[in-house]
Design a protein around this ligand. Sequence first.
Ligand code: SF4
Length: 215
Amino acid sequence: MMGDKDYKQTINSALDVLTKETTQQISEPANKNEIFLHEVTRCMRRSYFDRFDAIETSGKEFERVLGGLIRKLPYGAKLGEFAIDEIRLKGQADMIVDDIVIIFKTVKEPPENPSASDVLYLNGCMWIFDKTEGVIVYMTGDGTETSFALYREKKMFEEVIRRVRVFSNLISDKKVPILEPSGECSSCQYYERCYIKKREGKQITISELFGSKNK
Ligand code: SF4
């Protein structure tokens, strides 16, 4: 706090507005026929909580803001759809240039390999936009850029379609998906819901436990 102004609060509010303006908002959480690609290419339990009992991440997901800003530019990609029976799978690349689908990610360290979730997401975008080539670009804070080029793969997309159907059924049945333990858990806002049970009942002291009366 400097003077009368709480700059941290102001910056957090500005980031929240930016996040809401630039990221995909799910307008009908109970709609089992509208599934977003990012919901099924990461932990579906997390996506379910995001739909029905969300804990806000207070503007920390900078890569979502970055992707959202790129998509708002004139050469940014539009939202695409892929029909799976009555379900509409919706996904958005960051850019499509020369028929190549591109997504951008911000990372702390340049990765040796792209993450499984990012590969599934990019592959899904290639099917949604009917393209055969894609690139994931990882960028670090110091400006290092690491790219991975991939070709469209059918088996991988079939797995995404299977997950779309499972997620849609869980929404319909109002059932929370099972745990999907992965490296994502350590930075997940729902970690405590998944791994740490709240203690029930009243707390007791050691002396109460052993019936100590020598006071
Ligand atoms: S902590 Fe892990 S299993 Fe639980 S919702 Fe988050 S990512 Fe999924």
